[in-house]
Every structure is written in C-alpha cells, then in structure tokens.
Design a protein around this ligand. Structure first.
Ligand code: PEP
Length: 245
C-alpha cells in the first residue's frame, strides 16, 4: 500500500492562507505526482474552501477532530456528518494536543471513531507516550493500551504513532524505537482485526522534516507520516512527500 503523508495544520491559516497553501500543493502535484497518498487537514473554518480548491485532484481533505454525536446541543462542536458535508474524507482523532487541552480519553476517542466511521470519515487515530513514560521503559505497553482502548471494532483508517515529546520539539525517537513501536502496533492491530489489521497504515508523527523524512519513511511498518509544522509550507510538505516509498 502507498504511504500516506498527512498534514495537520492545527490552529493555523486564515481562509485566504488555507486556500493559497492548498492551491500551491495542487499546482505542484499536478505535473509531478508524489509517490504517496496526500492528505491535508486544515482548520474547520477552511474545510469547505479548501475542498473547492482540491476538487477532482489527488489530495484528500481531513478535519482535525469531531464530536461523538451526529447532532445535538453541543455548543462550539462539529459533528462527523457536518465535516463530511464540508468535504472532509478523513478526520484526525485523539491527537495529543486534544488529549491535553480538552481532557480527551481513550474511551471518548473511541466513540468519536465510531461516529466518524458512521458518517463515512476515515480516522487518523493518534496514540503516543509522554517523555516520562518513555523514560520509565513503558512506552510500548502504554501505547498498546491506548490503542486497545481507543480503537473501535471494525476500524478502517490509519493509526498515527506520535510520541508526545517529539511533537513540535525537533526531537525524535531513535530509528530502533520507531521500528519497535510500529512493530508492536502492527502486532496489536492484527491481533485485534485479523487480516485487515495488516493493511492499516501506521503513520509516524513528531518533528518530521524534509531532512529526516526519508530515514523515517524507510523503516519497517512505517506507512507514512503525520506532519505538523512542516506541513504549513508547500515546499517542506512536498519534500517530505517525495521522500515516501
Ligand atoms: C502533529 O501535529 O501531529 C505533529 C507531529 O507536529 P510536528 O510535525 O510539528 O511535530
């Protein structure tokens, strides 16, 4: 399966900036398609506009979160059907920034993943350990437990392994640590889902940049990357995409 390079724009870009960045990506991939699947996840305010820019092209569109209910009295929230309606095909769920900022638990992430699937959205389900957990030698056990508790039955989407301490920090786990974690996640996915678990792409996320992407993307069981900061410029995002297998 082709690797998936996903850009998480977080709480960045005005409407005009989002449309311009998406247009730059579209213009670049038309003559030179990258050797991977591409996904961009702008803020929700820009989804519909960016959907228009991406229409008919190869770059997929995703949201950064959804509510677990399809509709209702939830001021300020957005449901999976609304995001689908705005043009999203994917949704990032359980990002560590949402777990930290909004107290999201594995159980909540699981209900969101169920809601996403019901609306036809593919989740990018994020898991990852804190620095203290890694230092205590418990990273694989903690991340496996996170996955077990947040993965819904019948899951179809991607999983993103994002060590919390590597996000936005410029620090990376070693190649051996990434490979070991991805192997553990693959084992857990296959144990849980059987054969379809072997096809779930496991993305690495955390300070992926053009100069480290090729080495990360060459590791076994790394099915792509979830990119934050470096996805905010077309050049760096596309350079990462060109490093895909
Ligand atoms: C992220 O937001 O998921 C992320 C990995 O950010 P960064 O690439 O900036 O570390």
């Amino acid at each position: 399966m082709r690797q998936l390079i996903a850009g998480n724009w977080k709480m960045h870009t005005t409407l005009a900036e989002a449309a311009a960045l998406a247009a730059a990506l579209v213009a670049a991939v038309r003559p030179a398609p990258p050797p991977c699947d591409l996904l961009i996840c702008p803020p929700a305010t820009a989804l519909a506009a960016v959907a228009g820019v991406l229409a008919g092209g190869p770059i997929a569109l995703g949201a950064q979160d959804c509510h677990s209910a399809a509709k209702g009295a939830h001021t300020g929230d957005l449901s999976a059907p609304m995001l689908r309606d705005a043009g999203a095909a994917w949704v990032i769920l359980g990002h560590s920034e949402r777990r930290a900022d909004h107290g999201e638990t594995d159980a909540l992430v699981r209900t969101k993943a169920v809601a996403a699937a019901a609306a036809g959205l593919m989740p990018v389900l994020c898991v990852g350990e804190s620095e203290a957990v890694r230092a205590a030698g418990r990273a694989e056990a903690v991340v496996a437990a996170q996955l077990a508790a947040s993965l819904p039955n019948g899951f179809a989407g991607a999983v993103a392994y994002e060590p919390v301490w590597a996000i936005g920090s410029g620090r990376l786990p070693t190649a051996a640590e990434v490979a070991a974690m991805h192997a553990a996640l693959r084992t857990a996915l296959v144990a849980r889902r059987g054969e379809p678990g072997g096809a779930v792409r496991i993305l690495y996320g955390g300070s992926v940049k053009p100069d480290n992407a090729a080495a990360l993307l060459a590791l076994p069981e790394v099915g792509g990357a979830l990119v934050g900061g470096a996805s905010l410029a077309a050049d760096s995002f596309l350079a990462i995409a060109q490093a895909a297998k």
